[in-house]
Design a protein around this ligand. Structure first.
Ligand code: URA
Length: 242
C-alpha cells in the first residue's frame, strides 16, 4: 500500500499550502478514525477507504489521486481550463481546481453537446482511453434539421467519407436510424467536431447532440445533467469492454 505525508497529500488535494495544513493539524482539525492527527509530517497509508476515515474540519476527505469521474455534461459548458464562460471544471468543488495532479477531461465534448464525459487525474488511464489503438467506441444520439436521405448508414459504414479540409477518410461509423430526423452513430475515432462535420458532409445539419455511451459504459439514467459520480474499478473496466 502506498503512503504519503499528510501535509503533502492534503496540499496536493487543494486544501492549502503545506504550512496551512500544518496549522490545521496543530489546531486538531484533521482526524483519522476520530483521533486528531497533530503531526502534519505523519505518513498516512493511502487505503481506498481513507476518504471515509480521515476528516478535515469535520468533512470526509476528497477522493484520493487516481480519480476517475463520469459527468453528465450539461449543454452550455466548455471542456477547457481557461476559456471564457462556464467551464466543466466549475461543476466540481472549488478546491478540486487546485488538485495536483489536475483533473482533465478525457477528450472533449463541444459546448453545445451534452452527455457522458469522463474526467481523470490519471494520465496513463487517460491515454489508455483515447489511444487510437484502444479504439474505444463512442455513441451519440443525433437530432438533425432535415430528414435522413436513406443512404447515410451505407455511406458511413463504407469508411470512405471525407470531411472538409481533411485528406484521410473517416473510419467506418456505426449508424442506426431512430425516425426521420433522429439517429445514433458510433465512432471509433475522435476527430474535431466529427459528428457535426460528418452530417455536414452528408448534406444535413446537427440540431442536437448527446453522447450516451463510451466503450461499454452507459450514461446512467439517474445521473442528471451537471451531476457526476466517482468511478470504481468495475465502471472503469466497462470502458474497455465495449
Ligand atoms: N462530435 C461533435 O461534433 N461534437 C462533439 O461534441 C462530439 C463529437
Amino acid at each position: 500500500m502506498k503512503a504519503a505525508r499528510l501535509d503533502k497529500l492534503l496540499a496536493n488535494l487543494g486544501y492549502g499550502s503545506r504550512r496551512e495544513i500544518q496549522g490545521l493539524a496543530r489546531a486538531g482539525a484533521i482526524r483519522l478514525d476520530g483521533a486528531a492527527l497533530a503531526d502534519a509530517g505523519a505518513r498516512i497509508p493511502l487505503d481506498p477507504d481513507l476518504p471515509e476515515r480521515l476528516t478535515v474540519a469535520g468533512e470526509g476527505l476528497d477522493p484520493l489521486p487516481g480519480l476517475c469521474l463520469m459527468l453528465h455534461k450539461p449543454l452550455g459548458v466548455t471542456c477547457s481550463h481557461k476559456e471564457a464562460g462556464p467551464l466543466v471544471y466549475g461543476l466540481f468543488p472549488e478546491r478540486w481546481r487546485r488538485r495536483d495532479p489536475a483533473l482533465s477531461t478525457v477528450g472533449r465534448l463541444d459546448k453545445e453537446t451534452s452527455g457522458l464525459l469522463l474526467l481523470t487525474d490519471d494520465g496513463a488511464l487517460l491515454h489508455r482511453i483515447i489511444a487510437p489503438k484502444a479504439a474505444v467506441a463512442k455513441r451519440y444520439r443525433v437530432t438533425l434539421d432535415r430528414p435522413l436521405r436513406g443512404d447515410e448508414g451505407a455511406v458511413l459504414a463504407a469508411g470512405t467519407l471525407m470531411l472538409e479540409g481533411e485528406d484521410k477518410p473517416l473510419l467506418p461509423v456505426g449508424f442506426a436510424a431512430e425516425d426521420a430526423t433522429r439517429c445514433t452513430v458510433t465512432l471509433h475515432e475522435g476527430r474535431y467536431h466529427q459528428v457535426r462535420r460528418m452530417f455536414a458532409a452528408l448534406g444535413n445539419h446537427v440540431a442536437a447532440l448527446h453522447r450516451d455511451r463510451v466503450g461499454g459504459l452507459d450514461l446512467p439514467a439517474d445521473l442528471a445533467p451537471g451531476d457526476y459520480r466517482v468511478m470504481g474499478a468495475g465502471a472503469i473496466a466497462r470502458i474497455f469492454a465495449g
